[in-house]
Design a protein around this ligand. Sequence first.
Ligand SMILES: [Zn+2]
Length: 253
Amino acid sequence: MNNQQNMKIVDTHCHVQMEQYDHDRDEVIRRARNAGIGMICVGFDLASSRAAIGAAEKYEGLYAAVGLHPNDNLTEEYDQAEYEELARHPRVVAIGEIGLDYFRVTDPRLKEIQRARFLQQLGMAAKPIIVHCRDAHTDMLSMLAGKELRGVIHSFTGTTAEMRAYCSLGWHIGLNAIATFSADYVDMIRAIPADRLLLETDAPYLAPVPYRGKRNEPSYIEGVGKFLADVRGVLPEDLFRQTTENAKRLFSL
Ligand SMILES: [Zn+2]
């Protein structure tokens, strides 16, 4: 069976390069592949971006994204040339995760640094972008407006109006188990255009019920997809087919 046939679901955002998987990474990835799950392994600083590429070179059906997260590694001095070099790697399908995270940030200078870093990394966007945005949708929307960019707002927990604003700028919306934790998201989940919805786990974080609080992994994505299909009133197999088409189209998988 070739790689394309064996990709019924795509986990568009996971971090299986992280140390949480050092003792059983092969098994975690095999479980996902046996269930027909493709993966995008997302970097958040230089070391994790290099490790994502390493994993993508080793495992079939696993792709990489490279970028510097707005607040995961404030000690890393941003090296544009180095990231550009990584971004050119043929197994790299996206730039990310990059963006803005104002949660717990009160110093306006730190927000300014985040915006500057984000803008610099947008410059590498010959490839689609995986955006991390927390408590910063107003600034993010104004930074993306008027730019010829495509990508996904990952782990989206904004309002229906913000979701619509991203979609009207051409962006996709990535949902994981966080969207299943509160009834507040139901209307937003229903309103996402079918051709803009992407599935993700954000593993090792955000494990869905019944694994909540434990380590997450890509094979748990089916539970998230079934929940979202139920909320949207569609069959799970239709939701998986549509979101997989969306991921393949956006990331050229
Ligand atoms: Zn992430």
